[in-house]
Design a protein. Structure first.
Length: 323
């Protein structure tokens, strides 16, 4: 899930040939990665009545960290040097993006449906672009501003369920607001990671950030153990945790990094939008959720905003290149 990926600080394409020997295979890896990520939303929603959100978050990042750590053993010396030099920065960035973000979304899924969460998460690239404007001083053109406004209107339509009067009455679903906050945290993580420019192998950096997420999630988990009456590791919880930590965690992280190596960050990142479709389909098949009219109206505004940003930005870039 967007709870899920390492936003990279290099946007170069490693090789045109993907992990399977072809560009098609590289895209297949990327698509499968987002299918696994979509399943995390379904598992978290399914188990929310039995398993508290921070327990799911803590054990997910801990198990994923433990599985991936041996894979990057060749980079241990560089990892230790980076921790010594910039440990606090790693803790803040990893904590925001891979712990706080996940925890907020899991909390939100206790009250909101997975379909809505998937649509809200599609906002991450737009929020990232806005934060990059203020934090990294990256330029935003007129059409990017208009596209961003359209996308946020789409989210507003979803949050008020197509009824503007709900906003006046402050009759809002708190779960959806938690998910918006989670999307904001992941966007902030992306921008901070881009600014940090850590000089380390991509997968090794992910392992360090997951370690930071473990340290960040632990206090929330311990507080939850003391205050929440739900059993953290009953049968349903173990099944959901097994999925979100291994196929939806370690394997998904690894595949995403492989797709970036083959496709580059820009092309691999665009596949994020496929996740929203996967979530809607899986939520219908597994959770019995239905697409409502306000989902479609809000999604249409978000897609319109994204098209304005992506297509007109590309056109402007092409014109500048010709000039």
């Amino acid at each position: 899930m967007a709870i899920h990926v390492l936003a990279v600080h290099r946007d170069t394409v490693g090789a045109e040939e993907g992990p399977g020997g072809s560009l098609a295979a590289a895209y297949s890896v990327g698509v499968f990665c987002w299918l696994l990520s979509a399943g995390v939303y379904i598992a978290a929603k399914w188990v929310s009545p039995e398993m508290p959100p921070w327990a799911l978050c803590f054990w997910r990042v801990l198990i994923a960290w433990a599985i991936l750590m041996p894979i990057v053993y060749r980079h241990f010396s560089a990892m230790i040097a980076l921790v010594r030099a910039r440990g606090l920065e790693l803790l803040v960035i990893g904590g925001i993006g891979l712990a706080i973000c996940q925890g907020l979304i899991f909390v939100g899924l206790e009250h909101a449906d997975a379909t809505t969460a998937g649509i809200i998460i599609a906002l991450i690239p737009i929020i990232t672009m806005i934060l990059a404007r203020f934090i990294l001083a990256e330029p935003m053109g007129r059409w990017q501003v208009i596209g961003s406004i359209l996308a946020f209107l789409g989210i507003l339509v979803i949050i008020v369920k197509g009824n503007p009067a709900a906003l006046l009455r402050l009759d809002l679903n708190p779960g959806e607001l938690w998910i918006v906050a989670g999307a904001f945290c992941f966007s902030l993580y992306t921008v901070l990671l881009r600014r940090a420019k850590f000089d380390l192998n991509r997968l090794a950096l992910l392992v360090l950030l997951l370690g930071a997420a473990v340290a960040t999630a632990l206090p929330f988990y311990l507080f939850e153990l003391a205050s929440d009456e739900r059993a953290a590791l009953n049968a349903s919880g173990l099944l959901a945790l097994g999925y979100v930590a291994i196929p939806g965690g370690a394997i998904m992280y690894y595949l995403f990094n492989r797709s970036i190596e083959a496709l580059g960050a820009a092309r691999a990142g665009v596949l994020l939008y496929i996740q929203t479709i996967f979530i809607a389909v899986l939520a219908y098949l597994i959770l019995g959720e239905q697409l409502q009219r306000y989902h479609l109206e809000g999604a249409a505004l978000i897609v319109a905003g994204l098209l304005l940003i992506i297509l007109l930005k590309s056109k402007a870039g092409a014109e500048m290149t010709k000039a």
